[in-house]
Design a binder for this molecule. Structure first.
Ligand code: GDP
Ligand code: IMO
Ligand code: MG
Length: 429
């Protein structure tokens, strides 16, 4: 068995898309296992840029791609994305894409509720307003519409009634108009023939792949600090983003997820609200944002930026189950005179070496920094250790030491090929 699971080990946008695309060259299949179109995974190949939200990043290399049962799928958005990549020259047909029949559907009413809540709340989460939270709530509440339901028009009205019995009460409370059951039924009937051809069984596909000795790459979205259990609750997404979710969200044994690669940015960013101990609201933060082009892939929002937080990544490597990391965007640090790394927190006169679970305490942490010398040379586009300046190597080694997890890969530009292999994640450890 030589499978690989890729997850984000900070607050998202670490460069998972780039690395999954690069790794998918040697995989037979790529499987998304959670999240939805709140994700934005960028893949740059030469002069072409693909921004994927629901499609597994394997589609760029034409790999068999599965949207697992753990994903929440907005069917209209999925079709739009297929059309968009189609216009860019990538044909996604049921020959390469399988949508798990037991995946949950995101409906317009979920997007609306997400937006209504964000607008009404005095304590905003800063969601992507894609309806992700409300859909996972309905899944757990056992009233959701699933992909397979698009095959059975006879049973749909009863399922819609059950769903609307919940939602129309909520909508009334928000002063929104009620959803008409007949109109929703018609919308679903209209989209069904375009979605049904993609339906299949994630667990059966993967079981057959395992028996045939195929290599599977599991693609995570979001990141451990956005995990519903292990993240900075309540400023999180509504799914488990840790590696263990790959098994539940795809229908495989926990032993089948293989080597877990955590993607880690060489500094820290976050989109949306919530605590961020190393956030820089000064010229240095601006510089990181400009150099790293830190604008959200999905919403276009400016990402908050700060120094690398080794305390957080040490913790997410443990809670996320990470075996090795890929350190991305090293090139963004080129030219800084000095680079800081957070090695602990001060809180009420005490030093902490972990992130406390209480959001109020998280908001009051003062980072303790270690300062490293920067480098003047460029690392952009480097493809081997030998091309890295001595201080860049020192930085990477120090990060590795502080987080207690080895660096398996390094990324030095958005381009697929600007990647340095230290330890191949596809080789069994
Ligand atoms: P994801 O959500 O983890 O897939 O990451 P996003 O695609 O949302 O954001 C990462 C951004 O950084 C994208 O614009 C990538 O093209 C870009 N990127 C990835 N790796 C590198 C790198 O090593 N250097 C630079 N400069 N940009 C990178
Ligand atoms: P990728 O896969 C960064 C953030 C949102 C918000 C919180 C909850 O591209 O790394 P949601 O819409 O999920 O209910 O929003 O989570 N968020 C992300 N931040 N990258 C992502 O995905 C994200 N997906 C959600 O900004 O703070
Ligand atoms: Mg992203």
């Amino acid at each position: 068995m030589s499978n690989v699971t890729v997850i984000g080990a900070q607050w998202g946008d670490e460069g998972k898309g780039k690395i999954i695309d690069w790794l998918s060259n040697r995989a037979d299949m790529v499987v998304r296992f959670q999240g939805g179109n709140n994700a934005g995974h960028t893949i740059v190949v030469g002069d072409k840029t693909y921004k994927l939200s629901l499609l597994p990043s394997g589609v760029v290399q034409g790999k068999r791609s599965i949207i697992g049962n753990g994903v929440v799928v907005d069917p209209w958005s999925l079709l739009e994305e297929i059309a968009k990549v189609g216009a860019a020259g990538l044909t996604v047909t049921p020959d390469i894409l399988v949508l798990a029949e037991n995946a949950t559907l995101v409906l317009p009413l979920h997007r609306e509720l997400d937006a209504l809540r964000e607008e009404a709340s005095s304590q905003k989460i800063g969601t992507t307003k894609r309806g992700i939270g409300p859909t996972y709530e309905d899944k757990v509440g056992r009233r959701a519409i699933r992909a397979i339901d698009l095959k059975d028009f006879a049973s749909l009205p009863a399922k819609i009634d059950r769903l609307l019995a919940h939602h129309n009460v909520l909508r009334k409370g928000f002063g929104a108009t009620e959803v008409d059951a007949g109109a929703l039924l018609n919308q679903l009937k209209e989209i069904a023939p375009k979605i049904v051809p993609f339906l299949g069984s994630s667990w059966r596909e993967l079981d057959a792949a395992r028996k045939a000795g195929k290599r599977i790459l599991f693609e995570g979205a979001q990141a451990v600090l956005l995990d519903i259990d292990h993240g900075t609750y309540p400023f999180v997404t509504s799914s488990n983003t840790v590696a263990g979710q790959a098994a539940a969200g795809a229908g495989v044994s926990p032993r089948a997820i293989g080597t877990v690669l955590g993607i880690v940015k060489s500094y820290t960013t976050r989109v949306g609200e919530g605590p961020f101990p190393t956030e820089l609201k000064d010229a240095t933060g601006e510089k990181l944002g400009e150099r790293g082009h830190e604008f959200g892939t999905v919403t276009g929002r400016k990402r908050r930026c700060g120094w690398f937080d080794a305390v957080l990544v040490r913790q997410t490597c443990v809670t996320g189950g990470v075996d090795g990391i890929c350190l991305t965007k090293l090139d963004v640090l080129d030219g800084f005179d000095e680079i800081k790394v957070c090695t602990g927190y001060q809180l009420d006169g005490q030093t902490l070496d972990y992130l406390p679970a209480d959001a109020n305490l998280q908001a009051r942490l003062t980072p303790v920094y270690e300062t490293l010398e920067g480098w003047k040379e460029t690392t952009r586009g480097a493809r081997s250790w030998a091309q890295l300046p001595a201080n860049a190597i020192k930085y990477v080694r120090r990060v590795e030491e502080l987080i207690g997890t080895p660096v398996s890969l390094l990324s030095t530009s958005p381009d697929r090929d600007d990647t340095i292999t230290v330890q191949d994640p596809f080789v069994d450890r």
